[in-house]
Design a protein around this ligand. Sequence first.
Ligand code: ACO
Length: 345
Amino acid sequence: MSAPKPTPFKNPRAAHGFLGRTCSIVSVGAYVPARILTNAELERMVNTSDEWITSRTGIRQRRMAADDEFTSDLASKAALLALERAQVKPEQIDLIIVATITPDMPFPSTACLVQRKIGARRAAAFDIEAACSGFIYGLEIGQQFITSRTYDTVLVIGAEKLSSIIDWSDRNTCVLFGDGAGAAILQNRPDSHGLLTACMGADGSKADLLSMPAGGSRCPASAQSVANRLHFLRMDGKETFKNAVNAMYQAARESLRRCELDIKQIKCIIPHQANQRIINAVSERLGADPSQLFVNLDRYGNTSAASVAIALDEAVTQGRIVRGDLVLLVVFGAGLTWAAAVIEW
Ligand code: ACO
């Protein structure tokens, strides 16, 4: 057997006596709804201004799903594109994982609805809920099935129709969010290390910073819960901001440490697209150069679980990432949750 090729990084999975297969993202796809909601339109809906939104967040517009377009529709469109690019047939998919906080309904899972819509009749299917961190959580869960040789093909999707849980009279939140979906096909590619590591974390003691209080077992839907506007997203923006910067920095640093990588060796950093000021603060603390960052939040706002998935799709289709590049994904969301992943593309 020939000796393995030397790499500029350590593969943490191999370092722990790893005997499984590597897991790569073999293709990506994304879908955003056609309707664009601009800051100028929001100025007519709440007491805000394009200047405030742009300078405080970096967001200029976001996409809004149509009334008859649901999270499973956005997810299915992103998935079909990823399948086409990978030349994988729906029947080849062994498992579908959908990360979302806006499922079509509490049950059945959105993953099952996607399974039906794309015709992936062999696939097992389930949803995960880790808010904005859901896509990286999904990648890490999905890779376990590939490396263990349990499954050959896993479809991971981050998809949201956040417009369905936004209080359109609350200027503190309604300017921040948008709808969309991104998908990734996971398989073994023998010539690549693929997903090198993923650091996931959570702090449930800060669950109240960002939540949708009603609609679950604690506060089922009632005339009163609707009257009290409890079926909408609520957020303590300032505290969320501080926690986001710290958690994203720590997760990114830990994942780089595991791979014995310096931030300068990363070709492309794809952060959660929530706020340009959060991205700048994390990037500065990491010692990254702005040219390493991929940012598209000006066009889509925060699409929660879809955010990094859509950005990854754009970075790949724009040629910002090519095979062999090292990529850092880093996210943060409600829960609180956070995650970072290093990938040899
Ligand atoms: N237009 C105009 N003024 C506004 C708006 C608006 N859209 N929103 C808030 N303001 C006002 C506030 O009322 C406040 O006024 P006051 O001083 O008279 O009370 C003032 O602007 C400043 O508000 P701050 O909250 O201090 O503004 P800040 O600079 O912190 O920015 C923001 C607010 C954008 C929400 C920021 O805190 C943020 O991005 N937080 C993080 C959000 C996030 O990343 N969430 C990620 C997870 S999402 C998920 O998991 C689903």
